[in-house]
Design a protein around this ligand. Structure first.
Ligand SMILES: Cc1ncc(COP(=O)(O)O)c(C=O)c1O
Length: 444
């Protein structure tokens, strides 16, 4: 598979042209990567109206992912989520379309609802295990849709979630199909799922569109992401996706990121599948070793190793600090869990280091954990009304009874405890205390 963007930039560097164009670094100094950092000069194509090297590279990605079209984002899944929801809005005849969303949505979702004036109804899990988790089986979606007085304009599911849980996207897509509703998937953590021996990627399981943060699980620079539109999606999705990406995006996309996405195509095409299988075996061995010496891990998607820290005698954050003291930096920790992410680029020596660190740290008597309570959504205002209203920050203990303005989140995982527009209850503030949030933005 060719790499037209990377090759163009390499030829440009070799030509030693005098750079009388942006960026101001002129290809020199400080970081070392500046010579590769160009802008939309002649021949470099235009991300939001491509007919040259970017179009060619996106076509490569499209064939790798088996979509109707795969669009590049140089601004993460956050941009792709905004475009995906704008597409849902553009195919609705309502002024304020309704989205039925799993409750563990990333804050990019709720901000987009504010920007586009979307109303939200939430799908909540029967037994919540974590703010990041939201297990919605297909029969629960079917029940909910058949009970709703107003048909939603899209269903929005986050899978995989931060703790590595995968939703039954195939089953959920069947339900959505039956009701004639698009299924949009936040697959930020799952670009690699397409390359498993049996694909688990939303494009293969029946989603209408999805976003992938290429940078989270593939060897792509931070910010590199895809918006995939499925072959079965309404025609307008493919036709208008670029327009909606450009509505929210910078007019100066990073060519470092575009080159990275471009080079990644060749890697995915050639070596990746075998390396992914090898990596999954190593992750399985790492989990098995951790279990053998007494640590408790969750059954997750293959590229995450998630510790149920309390079962091993630690709070997640405490275990993260201990690992740090052994030179190991984790992806996320909280009072209950610790999340490690691996990819084929994880070195064997790093797997060894993890095993040695866990042996040195050892386990302790389990810490009892209490179950999270279900907090029913109680929206008073729409996300737009709440996020754009005058607001103030108040201490957690003074927030009960007030209406949440901007969502309070720790990033990662950036999943809000109370959503914008909802009335804050004592249960919310207890959960905020549990996750260490001392204040919250509320409407004045
Ligand atoms: C589930 C989920 N969705 C969306 C995003 C946003 O992705 P990006 O950082 O690529 O914009 C994140 C980022 O952590 C995420 O975890």
């Amino acid at each position: 598979m060719n790499t037209p963007i990377y090759d163009f930039v390499q030829n440009y560097i070799n030509s030693d042209a005098a750079r009388f164009h942006m960026p101001g670094h002129k290809g020199r100094a400080f970081l070392g990567c500046e010579e590769r950092d160009i802008t939309e000069i002649g021949g470099a194509d235009v991300l939001y109206a491509p007919d040259g090297i970017i179009a060619e590279s996106e076509n490569n990605a499209t064939s790798l992912f088996g979509s109707a079209h795969t669009f590049y984002s140089a601004e993460g899944s956050s941009l792709a989520i905004r475009a995906m929801l704008a597409l849902a809005k553009s195919t609705s005849d309502k002024a304020q379309p309704l989205i039925l969303a799993a409750r563990n949505a990333h804050k990019a979702f709720i901000y987009t609802c504010a920007l586009l004036d979307l109303r939200v109804e939430w799908l909540c899990p029967e037994t919540p295990n974590h703010v990041c988790g939201c297990d919605i089986p297909p029969h629960a979606l079917q029940k909910r849709l058949s009970e709703m007085a107003e048909k939603p304009d899209a269903v929005f599911i986050t899978s995989p979630d931060y703790l590595g849980d995968l939703a039954d996207i195939g089953g959920l897509a069947d339900v959505c199909n039956k009701h004639g509703i698009p299924l949009l998937v936040d697959n930020a953590h799952g670009a690699y799922l397409r390359f498993l021996p049996g694909s688990l990627h939303p494009m293969d399981l029946g989603a209408t569109a999805c976003c992938d943060s290429a940078h989270k699980t593939l060897p792509v620079l931070t910010g590199g992401a895809y918006l995939h539109v499925a072959k079965k999606a309404p025609r307008e999705y493919t036709e208008n996706a670029r327009k909606y990406l450009s509505l929210f995006a910078s007019t100066s996309p990073s060519y470092l990121i575009l080159q990275s996405l471009d080079l990644c195509n060749a890697y995915l095409d050639k070596h990746y599948r075998a390396r992914l299988v090898a990596c999954i075996h190593k992750a399985q061995s790492a989990r098995a070793h951790a279990e053998k010496i007494g640590f408790s891990t969750l059954d997750t998607e293959p590229l995450k190793i998630v510790f149920n820290a309390k079962k091993s005698g630690y709070h997640g954050d405490e275990l993260a600090d201990l690992l740090k003291s052994h030179g190991i930096e984790c992806e996320m920790s909280d009072p209950d869990y610790l999340v490690l992410m691996v990819t084929p680029e994880t070195r064997d020596s790093d797997f060894d280091r993890l095993a040695q660190a866990l042996e040195a740290i050892g386990t302790r008597a389990p810490i009892e954990s209490h179950a999270l309570s279900v907090i029913p959504p109680n929206a008073i205002l729409t996300p737009r009304q709440a996020i754009l209203a005058p607001s103030e920050t108040v201490p957690r203990c003074e927030a009960v009874g007030r209406i949440c303005a901007a969502p309070t989140v720790a990033c990662p995982p950036a999943v809000p405890i109370v959503m914008s527009g909802e009335r804050i209850t004592h249960a919310h503030t207890e959960l905020m205390a549990y996750y260490g949030h001392s204040s919250i933005e509320v409407i004045k």
